[in-house]
Design a protein around this ligand. Structure first.
Ligand code: NAD
Length: 481
């Protein structure tokens, strides 16, 4: 059985912590093992990264030289799509049809930043006769990148690619249960020509390795993706030494369906925006608000599509809904549904786990639609992070906007309407880092992504994602003597 380890200073080797099983969520069986890292490994990786940052020549190399390495890595990723996708599906249970596109999108992130870094410019600032003033954009140093379990490929590439493109060295901490694909992509980057120590991947527990990374004096910036309560702790810890921090946190994102929407397209789009990765996405539009006059028509179309979703073996290309990542996650999701029903909500479909028979001992939850909810119910306010969506009605545009914004989160929102003026008017008023109109798609390499309010700070992807890994130096030169 394969034993994953860590990538430290260009070498793949076992971590010093316990060997633990990596479980296939579709079967409950161990498919590989991880020799996890401990705090000592983390310290060693920061030392290696610091040495690489200062001495490897990566940060002072011509942008086109860094670009060539990232482009080559993107190519190798594309050549190895199937192997990486199969590994990801085994590790997190996400359907193979989705993990294949995750690999391609990850390669796109590498390619985008390979290109973007060659376009960076400073500025010259007029100061009057006798003075030349210009700015330099410089890398930060060693960046600590923390990744959760729900999308180990893309949440890795969207941090690592801009951090390296900008000239930094990095230490990545994947989630302990899902380290496999980050390690493969790390090896690909080494093969493409990245100097040893420039990228270190240290899978270990949040409490030990994550905590040490965040508090380490050698880390110039922490970029964290994960749950909001963990992110708040990260921010407090980083504040102690005034390191830079960016946070990509949780969400409870609304979809607003207006009476003038194409109901069939809206129902289909709401299924896509909610049930990708069995609802384990930060941007799941998990709260659907529908204008009262089309509520019944929309609900019928939506529930029909949800019932038709193909739940099953994630390795089968026909499967649309796989298992949840772990037994704990399944139990947590079922707990939310149970408490919602006790609080008075109704189930339009789903609500149970799927066990036995073809589902063996996998961690499946039925795609679930909850109705008859109040805005202050737990199921409406909190992130469930599973295949559970609430659908409610509204009477006016103002009410839809007010209720959408009445949330501590602000990650994404989707508007379904055929009225162009309404689309732009509502988009401007929604408190969310990403607003989409008539489409489920929320993020791609070219455009910035991130949260308002407790969904985070800072941006990933796009040129904005590159600037997060650079600092500005102003140089003032007297030229009159
Ligand atoms: P989590 O906060 O439990 O863990 C995230 C990562 O932080 C893991 O690698 C974990 O080991 C590490 N960690 C845990 N405790 C730590 C500590 N004290 N110090 C440093 N690191 C620590 O989150 P999760 O359950 O793995 O992921 C799901 C959450 O991530 C959801 O809330 C989801 O919305 C969010 N998420 C956000 C985005 C985004 O871009 N906004 C994307 C994906 C997931």
């Amino acid at each position: 059985m394969h034993v994953y380890g860590m990538l430290l200073n260009g070498e793949v080797r076992p971590g010093r912590s316990a060997v633990r099983p990596l479980v296939n969520p579709a079967t409950g069986e161990t498919f590989a093992q991880l020799a996890a890292a401990n705090a000592e490994d983390l310290d060693e990786s920061v030392t290696a990264a610091t040495r690489a940052f200062r001495g490897s020549g990566w940060r002072t190399s011509a942008p086109l030289d860094r670009s060539r390495v990232l482009f080559r890595a993107a190519e190798i990723m594309r050549e190895r799509v199937e192997e990486i996708a199969v590994t990801e599906t085994r590790n997190i249970g996400r359907p193979i049809r989705e993990t294949r596109s995750n690999v391609v999108l990850g390669a796109d992130d590498l390619a985008f930043y390979a290109s973007a870094t060659t376009h960076l410019r400073g500025a010259t600032i007029p100061m009057g006769e006798g003075t030349l003033d210009y700015t330099l954009r410089e890398p930060l140093g060693v960046c600590g990148l923390i990744v959760p379990w729900n999308n180990p490929i893309n949440l890795f590439t969207r941090k690592v690619a801009p951090a390296l493109a900008a000239g930094n060295a990095v230490v990545v901490k994947p989630a302990t249960a899902t380290p496999a694909t980050a390690l493969i992509i790390g090896e690909i980057l080494e093969e493409a020509g990245l100097p040893p120590g420039q990228l270190n991947i240290i899978p270990g527990s949040g409490g030990e390795v994550g905590d040490r990374l965040v508090g380490h004096p050698g880390i110039a910036k922490v970029s964290f993706t994960g749950a909001t309560p963990t992110g708040k702790g990260v921010m407090r810890s980083v504040a102690e030494r005034v390191a830079q921090v960016s946070l990509e946190l949780g969400g409870k994102s609304p979809a607003l369906v207006f009476a003038d929407a194409d109901v069939t397209a809206a129902a289909h789009g709401c299924v896509r925006s909610m049930f990708t990765n069995a609802g384990q996405t930060c941007t799941a539009r998990s709260r659907i608000l529908v204008e009262a006059s089309i509520f019944d028509e929309f609900l019928a179309a939506f529930v029909n599509e949800v019932k038709a979703l193909r739940v099953g073996d994630p390795m089968d290309v026909a499967t649309e809904i796989g298992p949840l990542v772990s037994k704990e996650q399944r139990n947590s999701v079922l707990g939310y549904v149970e408490r919602a029903v006790i609080a008075g909500a109704q189930l339009a479909t789903g609500g149970g786990s799927l066990e036995g028979g073809e589902y063996a001992s996998g961690f499946y939850v039925e795609p679930t639609v909850v109705v008859d909810v109040d805005d202050d119910m737990e199921i409406v306010c909190e992130e469930v992070f599973g295949p559970v969506v609430v659908v409610d009605r509204f009477d006016s545009e103002t009410e839809a906007i007010t209720r959408s914004n009445n949330s501590s989160f602000g990650l994404a929102a989707t508007i379904w309407t055929q009225n162009l003026s309404r689309a732009h008017r509502v988009a401007a008023q929604l408190e969310a880092g990403t607003v989409t109109v008539n489409t489920a798609k929320v993020s791609h390499a070219y455009a910035p992504f991130g949260g308002y309010k407790e969904s985070g700070m800072g941006r990933e992807l796009g040129v904005e994602g590159l600037l997060e890994y650079l600092q500005v130096k102003n140089v003032v030169v007297a030229i009159d003597s």
